[in-house]
Design a protein around this ligand. Sequence first.
Ligand code: ZN
Length: 199
Amino acid sequence: MVWSEDLGTLASMIDAELVYLGDLISHEVSIESELGKAFKSIMEHGNLVSPELVSSLLIKRFFNDSSNKILAHFPRTYSHAEYLSQLLISNNINLDAVLAIDLDRQSLNKKLLNQFHCSNDYSHPNIETKEVNPICTVCNKPLFNTYDLSNPALINTIESYYEKADGNLSAAKLISRVSRANFIHFSTPEDVKRKLYEL
Ligand SMILES: [Zn+2]
């Protein structure tokens, strides 16, 4: 979420394609492939997409060549990570690195509170700032907080990141262990690039 911009910067710095799982799913649905139809039907029934289906999609659209790619926003849970691990092993796929955001909760909350978007037009640039009442650089209208830290869904997302048993962090660690890929904490794009080039 917050680090999309940093991930984009990192991708261009290391000449990699940044791939979001959500975009892969949308593409598959739009071309009405068998896989796409399966995703569509699950989502139409309001169900969560299964890790099996996601794994099939990744084999078909992400691990299908050896070009430089970054898979963003996956795996999010430990069970996703378990499926992905199996997939990597059974298909002999090598990863260079697994990235995880390196922030304590307090700093994360602060970072979220510093994210703003334009109250007037969503296409105007989102900004990270410590200013109290920031204004849009394009239209001079006030900016709104992008994240409401009292929103239960957001609280849930944050909790799940740190959740020891089934959170993003434990998922990332599992993947790095299984694939013997390096585990890198995401701080800044420059820092991650340096660490990647040291491998
Ligand atoms: Zn604006």
